[in-house]
Design a binder for this molecule. Structure first.
Ligand code: LER
Ligand code: MN
Length: 263
């Protein structure tokens, strides 16, 4: 159970600088943000890793293109971008790449309430994309992590059990599930039970408190979630993905100490 921070939380212009800060305040890895043009960073990332930087994971960041985009051109772009992130992740030794179905595309809880695609169509599109991408991840030596988002951010995977059911149907060893404790706090009736039910299919975690600030600033019971992760023999990364209530050099050392005391 290792603890990482997303790169945008860390002071520094390069991965090498961000890693030096992360390590000095008690984090063990950096989760990269897979934004547009990510592959152009490969030389910089390679140098940092050769110098000792640890990349835990890569997270898809986009405002337009996802594997589950409704628009076929955007979807194709989303698949190509995830393929590029997988290749870079493999090169820099990241354990996996995080992707939702889509982010901010559709909510069943906001008008017009009914998505333009049926559940069966969603499933067929994702099975096809992730079958191919799962093979790519396996040959790159990394994993794909499906991320359930809360009901206001996506309509396909909101709870962990929906993503694990999809994984079982897909049956690709390189495709697993991750749990974002902020989204789980909204969607799961019993978050520790959801972790235990997912078992070995859950291989990555995003850390944020109930209001999406750093763990300890809100009302999530982190000790109960860490206990559930210990119970399933969790060996993946937990990456901090949140806002900070103060300056990074003041907040992050405290958060790292707190998280390390819980595991
Ligand atoms: C968005 O709320 C989120 O949790 C990100 O990890 C999406 O990829
Ligand atoms: Mn997340």
């Amino acid at each position: 159970m290792r603890i990482a921070a997303q790169e945008h939380l860390l002071p520094g212009a390069t991965l090498a600088e961000k890693w030096r800060f992360a390590e000095s305040v008690g984090f063990e890895g950096v989760e990269l943000r897979g934004e547009e043009g990510f592959a152009d960073r490969l030389p910089e990332l390679r140098d940092a890793v050769a110098d000792g930087a640890v990349v835990s994971s890569v997270c898809v960041i986009s405002t337009t293109s996802f594997i589950g985009s409704f628009d076929p051109d955007r979807r194709r772009e989303g698949v190509e971008r995830l393929r590029d992130l997988i290749d870079v992740a493999g090169e820099v030794g990241a354990r996996g790449v995080v992707t939702p179905n889509a982010y901010g595309q559709f909510s069943r809880n906001l008008p017009p309430f009914t998505p333009p695609r049926s559940d069966d169509e969603d499933r067929a599109i994702l099975l096809e994309a992730l079958g191919e991408l799962g093979e790519r991840a396996a040959s790159a030596g990394t994993l794909i992590y499906l991320e359930p988002l809360n009901r206001y951010e996506d309509h396909v995977w909101n709870r962990i059990e929906q993503a694990t059911a999809f994984c079982r149907e897909l049956d690709s060893p390189a495709v697993k599930v991750m749990g974002d404790l902020f989204h789980m706090n909204i969607e799961e009736p019993d978050p520790p039970a959801a972790i235990r039910a997912a078992g070995g299919l859950l291989d990555h975690v995003h850390l944020a408190d109930s209001h999406r600030y750093e763990p300890g600033a809100g009302h999530i019971d982190f000790a109960a979630r860490f206990a559930a992760l210990r119970d399933i023999g969790f060996e993946g990364w937990m990456a901090l993905e949140c806002r900070l209530t103060g300056a990074p050099d003041e907040v992050l050392p405290r958060v790292a100490r707190h998280l390390r005391s819980l595991r």
